[in-house]
Ligand binder design. Structure first.
Ligand code: AMP
Ligand code: ZN
Length: 466
């Protein structure tokens, strides 16, 4: 196994990664709440999860990843207020929560596939694990961490000394930050629900030692990670919004249950913004993969766009930005796929290709530095066309998931031309991007001699047979 470095939110440090049981890596990723279409921000978080899983596999590890599907318990706030998101959607669409969950889960997995996001080995639905959640809550109560009120079972955060260690806020901060208690029976305003007692008209409810009810949102992740990965596992992922509430609560539940640390490395993907601000329905800027396709962008161009920003940095989505990424992505595919039929490299070029390939791998091994990896890949793609570039890209595809070597994704050239001509045209385009006008002119002359004219535009070029 190769050496990897990951940034751990818990320690706020980049650390050398050492799994509990190599070569196995056990990993849990908070999955979607399936009450609506996943938007491109959600999907950015799953592209990050995929970068991580692909990198682990590429480095020689065997992954056992779990992703949950939240189909109950996530209320309209991330805390304990509001209605269950599944129930709200079901009422609105006049369907059952199961129908809503089935529909949006299917679309979600289709989106993952379109973005070349490898499906985690285990997909766990919350509603398939209710008995296990009830047992988990029972044990927390027996251990003195849970207490009952008229409307549910709550976790007493004052009993868990390390509450707040992930977000580095202490209990006083948590108390100050909590909303004024609606439920006056809670011992502390920041105590959170493990189980909610259901009102009669609540659509989803199960029998429990506390009467009919349904689980809190956080308990599903503690329960299902324990069930599938055991009492200690290697990595837990999610978006940064989960750090202060959802993951803090997960840590409290899991560590209170086990009596020891459960997750070694916590990794969080930063948010995607749209036009510099929050995505919101009222602004009309919540986009899905289908919206991008409808505007003529390929899902993989969006993946390239995501990879081009480090997962720990905010990514501002604009259509201009996506267009730029799409153009670059198409060029890159054009350059690389044209190398399929290129001759073998001389020793010097072959050596350079090998160095660039190693640089791409080193970049992703260093806390998933995909932007740097793409830069190194570009340097490789601009070397004199040779079969070695194509072969290297084919290997690197396992870690990039960009289908770079597949010719059909290239948008240029626009005319049917022999591979030799296409290669020269792509090399010339790359030279122009580098402002290497001498090479560009030289290659234009070559094209001319082969009977092709090239017309340049701002974003690309067109080939014409003379
Ligand atoms: P949800 O379906 O709301 O539970 O969210 C699914 C995932 O998307 C979670 O891991 C969130 O952290 C993440 N997420 C939500 N909004 C964004 C955003 N704007 N950018 C990146 N990730 C997001
Ligand atoms: Zn979770």
């Amino acid at each position: 196994m190769d050496k990897l470095q990951f940034y751990n939110t818990l320690t706020r440090k980049k650390e050398e990664f050492t799994p509990v049981n190599p070569p196995l890596v056990t990993m849990y990723s908070c999955g979607p709440t399936v009450y609506n279409y996943a938007h491109i921000g959600n999907l950015r978080t799953y592209v990050f999860m995929d970068e991580l899983r692909r990198t682990l596999k590429f480095a020689g590890y065997k992954t056992k990843s779990v992703m949950n599907i939240t189909d109950v318990g996530h209320l309209t706030s991330d805390g304990d207020d509001g209605e269950d998101k599944m129930q709200t959607a079901a009422k609105k669409q006049n369907k059952s929560p199961e129908q809503i969950a089935a529909f949006y889960s299917e679309v979600f997995f289709k989106d993952l596939e379109r973005l070349n996001i490898l499906k985690p080995e285990i997909i766990a639905k919350a509603t398939d694990n209710i008995d296990e959640m009830i047992d988990f809550v029972k044990t927390l109560c027996e251990k003195g961490y849970g207490y009952e009120t008229d409307d549910g079972i709550y976790f007493d955060i004052s009993k868990f000394d390390e509450y707040g260690k992930l977000s580095r806020c202490n209990i006083e901060d948590a108390l100050a930050g909590a909303r004024v208690a609606v439920n006056t029976q809670k011992r502390h305003p920041a105590d959170f629900a493990l189980w909610k007692k259901a009102e009669k008209n609540h659509i989803m409810q199960w029998q429990s030692p506390w009467g009919m009810g349904y689980p809190g949102w956080h308990i599903e992740c503690s329960t299902m990670s324990k069930k599938f990965l055991g009492e200690r596992f290697d990595i837990h992922t999610g978006g940064v919004d989960h750090i202060p509430i959802h993951h803090e609560n997960e840590i409290a539940q899991s560590e209170a249950y086990e009596g020891h640390k459960v997750v070694n490395t916590w990794m969080h993907g930063e948010f995607m913004l749209v036009d510099g601000g929050k995505m919101s329905k009222s602004l009309g800027n919540v986009y899905t993969v289908d919206d991008l396709i409808a505007r003529g962008y390929s899902p993989l161009a969006f993946r390239y766009f995501c990879l081009n920003t480090h997962y720990r940095n905010k990514l501002n989505f604009t259509f201009d930005g996506l267009s730029g990424a799409a153009t670059a992505y198409n060029r890159l595919c054009g350059l690389i796929s044209a190398c399929k039929t290129a001759p073998h490299a001389d020793n010097n070029t072959a050596q350079k290709v090998a160095e660039q390939k190693a640089a791409v791998i080193a970049a992703v091994y260093d806390d998933l530095n995909y932007p740097l990896a793409l830069g190194e890949l570009w340097t490789m793609a601009k070397l004199p066309a040779c079969r070695e570039i194509y072969d290297a890209a084919e290997v690197l595809n396992a870690v990039l998931g960009l289908d770079l070597h597949v010719p059909h994704v290239s948008a240029a050239p626009t005319v049917e031309a022999p591979d030799e001509v296409k290669q020269i045209a792509e090399q010339r385009f790359a030279a122009r991007q580098n402002k290497d006008w001498a090479t560009s002119d030289e290659l234009r002359n070559k094209l001319d001699a082969l009977g092709y004219a090239v017309l340049d535009s701002k974003t690309g070029y067109e080939l014409k047979k003379k």
